[in-house]
Design a protein around this ligand. Structure first.
Ligand code: ARG
Length: 498
């Protein structure tokens, strides 16, 4: 064996690896994306082993500078390739950058090996001391936590932006009305703002799912060793603090094999994806000629190469499609973890690509949805007409009778008969002559017509969470306050860190 082994573990081996297997089992072709996380975790570990007396202060300084130089490399590649000075999160999946980095290090088995090899180029054999008191098992667990933590922060920022866009659109829609649907059949009129605030509620819950996941996962595996804990009396709080984790993880076997932090993120993303797909589906429908509620913004639509008249809702269709990817990735991760014996197993390497794909997919979705939302315009006349036809005021009519003392079940029956009458005559409820209505119930009087006009139909839903105009105005104010609070709590956290 030569002095510089090509593997991190070659000592006990006498036979070379099968070349195809060797290539196939590598993770560097995808885990190169963890360079920033691996370097940050390595710097934190360097501080911890220096405190334990393994590195002199001079060696520590050299080691940290060397690691910074290694972290700079992907930026250099990106710069060379795309002429940008930094890699935006979303662009790290740029295949050209990936190919260049991977080709630059043909020996590297995985991200841990890569950083060690590159660090050796920077600081010589001192690099080989860095692995004292640590294992790749705790490193990958740490890197992935750091990656997921960043992905959550990026997702939260995207969600805040989309929430602002939805609230802005709700505010701009003022008191405009649309038909609300159940079973995709016209049900009752609602304010457009009320409908949009339904998505605000969904996204707020998504937001809290990501926030919860972040809090739960924010513990540092470093010092857990391969399975049983570091073989060096490390002060684990040093690395935990350096990486802004709440504390060290409490159990080394769990810390090196737990991936439910990834699952939490994946499942929160899958749920967000489901919400996105509902929004996308509604917009796709509302943009059809049949509904005609929405003018698709040209900037976010595409044409047909065959049919000159077409303006296609590709954004919402793709968004609906991307949710399948998110759900698939969450399912793949859950399946991966199921039945794995403690502690680390190489199967876990398979989870990384799912997480990268989720992070990219969510980042992509949230890069287009806020501005798409801002660009939406409603055909409110068409929406109002649809809300005024098809007996959407039948519930309000039954409520009118029940307010007059008629039992609701009876009132329901009477109004059902009135609807039947209207259907036969081709008239809406408010077009039926009072005399005819009175043959169904003597309780119908002249005030009936005002009680079932569009505004009254909306305003009879005067409860918290209802679509009565003033309730929606209150709900909008409350949503604005909550989102402003989300935004200010992030900027005050930034101040604490700064
Ligand atoms: N590339 C590996 C992974 O992603 C790193 C951990 C390797 N550990 C090991 N004992 N082989 O899981």
């Amino acid at each position: 064996m030569s002095n510089t082994p090509t593997k991190m573990w070659s000592g006990r081996f006498r036979e070379p690896l099968d070349r195809t297997f060797e290539q196939w089992q590598r993770s560097f072709p995808f885990d190169w994306r963890l360079i920033p996380q691996e370097v940050a975790a390595s710097k934190a570990h360097a501080h911890a082993i220096a405190a334990a007396g393994i590195l002199t202060p001079d060696e520590l300084t050299k080691m940290l500078a060397g690691l910074d130089a290694v972290a700079q490399r992907p930026l250099n590649w990106a710069h060379r390739i795309s002429a940008t000075s930094s890699i935006p999160d979303y662009e790290t999946s740029n295949p050209q950058i990936a190919a260049a980095i991977v080709a630059s290090a043909p020996q590297a088995e995985d991200i841990h090996h890569y950083v060690e090899l590159e660090l050796t180029k920077e600081v010589g054999t001192l690099a080989l001391k860095l692995h004292t008191g640590r294992s790749r098992n705790e490193q990958i667990a740490t890197d992935m936590r750091l990656f997921v933590r960043d992905a959550i922060d990026a997702t939260l920022a995207g969600l805040r932006d989309w929430l602002l866009a939805l609230i802005g659109l709700a505010e701009a829609s003022e008191e405009a009305v649309m038909p609300g649907y159940t079973h995709l059949q016209r049900a009752e009129p609602v304010l457009i703002a009320h409908w949009l605030l339904a998505y605000v509620s969904m996204l707020e819950r998504d937001y809290s799912r990501f926030t919860d996941a972040r809090t739960r996962m924010n513990f540092c595996p470093l010092g857990s060793g391969a399975i049983a804990g570091a073989t060096l009396a490390l002060d684990r709080t040093i690395a935990a603090k350096a990486l802004a984790f709440t504390a060290p993880t409490p159990n080394s076997m769990d810390a090196t094999s737990d991936r439910d932090f990834m699952l939490d993120f994946a499942q929160a993303a899958a749920t967000l994806g489901l919400h996105i797909s509902r929004f996308a589906e509604e917009l796709t429908l509302y943009a059809t000629a049949e509904f005609g509620f929405v003018d698709l913004p040209e900037a976010f639509s595409t044409g047909s190469s065959a049919m000159p008249q077409k303006k296609n809702p590709d954004l919402t269709e793709l968004a609906r499609g991307k949710s399948a990817r998110l759900l698939g990735a969450a399912t793949a991760l859950a399946t991966l973890i199921k039945g794995l014996p403690l502690a680390y197993n190489k199967d876990l390497q398979e989870g990384q690509e799912q997480i990268f794909d989720i992070a990219d997919t969510v980042a992509g979705l949230l890069s287009v949805l806020p501005n798409f939302t801002r660009a939406l315009t409603f055909r409110s006349e068409k929406m109002t007409t649809s809300a005024e036809t098809g007996y959407l005021n039948a519930m309000a009519a039954a409520t009118y009778l029940s307010n007059k003392g008629v039992a609701f079940r009876k009132a329901h029956e009477i109004v059902g008969n009135a609807v039947r009458l209207g259907l036969d005559k081709g008239l809406e409820l408010n077009q039926l002559p009072l005399a005819e209505l009175q043959t169904l119930s003597p309780e119908f009087t002249e005030d009936f017509f005002a009680a079932i006009d569009l505004r009254s139909t909306l305003n009879c839903h005067d409860v918290i969470g209802g679509t009565a105009t003033h309730r929606v105005a209150d709900a909008l104010t409350a949503a604005k306050t909550r989102v402003a609070h989300l935004i200010s709590s992030v900027s005050s956290e930034d101040q604490v860190v700064a």
